[in-house]
Design a protein around this ligand. Structure first.
Ligand code: AMP
Length: 288
């Protein structure tokens, strides 16, 4: 496995991997490191569809607010490189902040309305930061396919929207959420949870599973809210939002909606902020 710490090293390693009669398909997996099985499932998916798998590990300062956990975000590069190699990554790009954001940079991407609701309402500018780095990384890596986890459903929707609105020449693939056995969605931030907080955090996935049992958006929202409220009243979590939305636009679903939807939740457990979501299908009334 090759490791490139700068754009010029990336260029060199990329052209070596591309050498051959037929240009190979490159699949790209962007990450912020602290790799877990969720990230590695993206690599497995990439391996299945491409000849060359490139991963990046870059904690993007632009997507963290001033009071967020940028400084504290876990950085475990040596361990990450071992995991990436074992999972079959061909090339890992590990740029510095100065390499990605040289002094004097001015132009950035704005997510627009899709980036201002839900996560965007609680983390102003977050998706502008995500889209700016993703577009830069796509331009540097130049893959045919880029793979993102459905764990970050709004991020995936924003990226799909950017690719469409800015005619970015890449196929975006969304990968299923990988969970711990007890239902907790895997996240680099789970390591910050104490054993008691980790137990409290299970209410997020439990509330989403409850939502998925319901036949219509309002009932789904009510079912999830009921469980979350118990945990809030017990002082175990603080909920930022719970909503039932269209997975493409992130707009709330009206109650007469039928078809696929998404229940999304964000909550703080102690000082750790967690997000999760579940795909729902609202079947509509049965026909006689
Ligand atoms: P991050 O390192 O948190 O920026 O995540 C990098 C990529 O891994 C993103 O596309 C995430 O959506 C994806 N990812 C993170 N956690 C999971 C998970 N539990 N299951 C599937 N994908 C995930």
């Amino acid at each position: 496995m090759k490791v490139a710490a700068s754009i010029s090293e990336l260029e060199l390693a990329r052209s070596e991997l591309m050498a051959g009669a037929t240009p190979p398909v490159i699949a790209y997996v962007p990450t912020m490191g602290a790799l877990h099985d969720g990230h590695l499932s993206l690599v497995r998916l990439a391996r299945g569809i491409a000849d060359v798998v490139i991963m990046s590990i870059f904690v993007n300062p632009l997507q963290f607010g001033p009071n967020e956990d940028y400084a504290k975000y876990p950085r475990t590069l040596e361990r990450d490189l071992k995991k990436a190699k074992k999972a079959g990554v061909d090339l890992v790009f590990t740029p510095t902040v100065a390499e990605i954001y040289p002094a004097g940079r001015q132009v950035s991407v704005k997510a627009g309305a899709i980036g201002e609701v839900l996560e965007g309402a609680f983390r102003p500018g977050h998706f502008d930061g995500v889209l700016t780095v993703v577009l830069k990384l796509l331009n540097i890596v130049r893959p045919s396919v880029a793979i993102f986890g459905r764990k970050d459903a709004q991020q995936l929707a924003c990226i799909r929207r950017m690719v469409r609105d800015l005619n970015v020449d890449v196929d975006i693939v969304g990968a299923p959420i990988v969970r711990e056995e007890d239902g907790l969605a895997m996240s680099s931030r789970n390591r910050f949870l104490s054993p008691a907080e980790r137990a409290s955090a299970l209410v997020l996935s439990a509330s989403l599973r409850a939502a998925a049992q319901e036949p219509a958006p309002a009932a789904a929202l009510a079912a999830a809210s009921r469980l979350l409220t118990v945990a809030v009243d017990a002082g175990e979590i603080e909920v930022d939002y719970i909503s039932v939305v269209n997975g493409t636009t992130m707009a709330p679903l009206p109650d007469d909606y039928t078809g696929p939807g998404l229940a999304v939740v964000a909550a703080r457990v102690g000082t750790t902020r967690l997000i999760d979501n579940i795909e729902l299908v609202f079947p509509g009334p049965e026909r006689p």
